[in-house]
Design a protein. Structure first.
Length: 165
């Protein structure tokens, strides 16, 4: 199972990589209810509509987190929002193979709880590495990530260098 946090799911949808990702991942993709609400809850943005369509088509499944105490503990211990806390708790609950998360506090929670994780930039790099998109497309999508995401310039420069190699 692959579990998405809101930030990574929205970023992947905004750079028009979600459909390709879902068709190539080869495992169930899940989100907790709080992430569904954060991403789709009455919003009419393009990314919200793309995500809602994937949920409606069951390409992304929405799960309930059973351990509410764990969600509250993660929120308190890592100063995370409900979506990040539920996503990490769901990944732990279902022993997810991988979690998509770009939030610094969420990444720290993953490191300390042993949840394997990836980021939107890493998903983009992997898509290029697997030749699912060409170099120019990948660079354009990286530029979009730079606009929409909150990345250090060193991370963006490293990703650009890797895409150009």
């Amino acid at each position: 199972m692959f579990v998405f946090d809101s930030s990574t799911l929205i970023l992947i949808a905004r750079i028009e990589l979600l459909d390709l990702f879902l068709s190539e991942i080869g495992m169930e993709v899940a989100i907790p209810r709080a992430v569904e609400e954060e991403c789709c809850g009455g919003k009419k943005t393009l990314d919200a509509l793309v995500i809602q369509k994937a949920v409606d088509e069951s390409r992304i499944t929405v799960w309930s987190v059973k351990n509410r105490k764990l969600v509250l503990k993660l929120e308190a211990d890592f100063s995370m929002g409900r979506g990040e806390s539920e996503a990490v708790a769901l990944a732990l609950q279902e022993k997810a193979r991988l979690m998509g998360i770009d939030d610094k506090r969420g990444i720290n929670a993953c490191k300390l709880t042993g949840v394997p994780f990836t980021t939107a930039i890493a998903i983009l790099l992997r898509s290029r590495q697997k030749r699912l998109i060409d170099k120019d497309e990948a660079l354009a999508r990286l530029a979009s990530l730079a606009r929409y995401g909150r990345y250090k310039s060193s991370i963006l420069e490293d990703a650009k260098r890797r895409l150009e190699d």
